[in-house]
Design a binder for this molecule. Structure first.
Ligand code: MRU
Length: 354
């Protein structure tokens, strides 16, 4: 297998052959180590999502689909009501692992719908249908990423300089990724892009994952600290910004990794198109605007201690550590989904594409 294919077709989340486990590539160990984890219990699954061992909105959804399926198989009853009650407890627990990426609850809702809609078929048949559903979630994600990559690529020119934030590559999805998809697809077709990857403080998804994926794929990538984005834009080295998304409100306001909205503001200042790429499952029409999106707050230790040998601030210093921010829809040039490219006004274009 070529190095490029090894990246685009990475098996980051997989249903175990025993159907009693989920195998994930532990993203917290990259780039130093390629380690796989076997998840079996509700706590294993919750911890893997909460600790970002599996991360990226679509990958979280895929893991949750497989996760709720293996947990459903452990429910020891033939009685539908008992089964459904226990299923809902597991569902609620997994859903509480992270609040911002809508793909988590979207995948769990999809699985729950199978249970509700096939009540009369009995528990054994419902389990078969649940297996089909979680496999379909992953399969569909591969197709969506491929289509997003094609639409995204149609907006770029060979030789373009691209800036990206966080990680929206194959590791965060099933295949190709969303924001990195056009770059990897372009590479397959012999195109050359020059990518600036924001390191993405505080968890360094850009440094640890995006630069790793692109470098391995043979794409020209340069890692920068987040506060260098303005300079590379001013130097004229960036022709487009490509980012992923965790939840898109009905008006186009977009939650993505903390720091994304700053990139969008800089891009507007320097007249650079700012594109958001994500599957239609990330559009949440129940959120009217970005104000309705719950933003995950994480531990101060991620800022002060993680990745350092000693604390970088006094123990008593307060930290504010939101994991995501919301980019105002007015700063977004287009939102690219597997169904096509949405332009403003987003209230109309997103409603058509969801
Ligand atoms: O906290 P993370 O690493 O899960 O945040 C991920 C992002 O913000 C990604 O950009 C988003 O999930 C899109 S992944 C295709």
């Amino acid at each position: 297998m070529s190095e490029l294919k090894q990246v685009t077709h990475i098996d980051n989340v997989k249903l175990g052959e025993d159907k009693a486990s989920v195998r994930i590539l532990d993203q917290t160990q990259l780039p130093a180590r390629t380690e796989y984890l076997i998840l079996q219990t509700p706590e294993d699954l919750y911890d893997a999502i909460f600790e970002l061992k599996v991360r990226g909105a679509p990958a979280i959804g895929i893991c949750a689909g497989f996760g709720i399926y293996i947990l459903a198989r452990t429910i020891q009853t033939e009685d539908y009501d008992n089964f459904y009650r226990q299923f809902c407890e597991y569902r609620k627990y997994l859903d509480s692992a992270r609040p911002t990426a809508v793909n988590l609850s979207w995948a769990l809702n999809r699985m729950e719908r199978v249970v509700i809609e096939h009540k009369e078929l009995g528990v054994a048949r419902i389990l078969e249908l649940l297996e089909q559903e979680c496999m379909a979630i992953q399969q569909e994600d591969q197709e969506m990423c491929r289509a997003i990559s094609e639409y995204g690529l149609s907006l770029l020119k060979d030789g373009d300089g691209i800036l990206t934030h966080c990680n929206a590559g194959p590791l965060a999805t099933s295949r190709y990724g969303t924001a990195l998809g056009p770059l990897l697809l372009g590479k397959e077709r012999g195109m050359e892009f020059h990518v600036f990857a924001d390191e993405t403080r505080p968890l360094l998804q850009g440094a640890r994952l995006t630069s790793y994926e692109l470098q391995k794929a043979g794409v020209d990538v340069t890692l920068i600290c987040d506060n260098m984005a303005s300079l590379v834009m001013k130097n004229g080295w960036v022709q487009a910004c490509l980012v992923g998304c965790d939840r898109v409100a009905a008006n186009g306001d977009t939650a993505n990794k903390i720091g994304t909205s700053g990139v969008a503001i800089l891009a507007r200042y320097y007249g650079i198109p700012f594109y958001v790429l994500g599957p239609s499952s990330t559009i949440d029409l129940n959120c009217e605007t970005g104000k309705d999106i719950a933003i995950e707050l994480r531990s101060p230790d991620e800022i002060k201690k993680k990745f350092y040998q000693q604390s970088m601030a006094l123990e008593e210093v307060k930290c504010y550590n939101p994991a995501f921010d919301v980019t105002d829809h007015t700063l977004i040039t287009a939102i690219i989904t597997e169904r096509g490219i949405c332009y403003p006004p987003y209230t109309e274009s997103l409603a058509r594409f969801r």
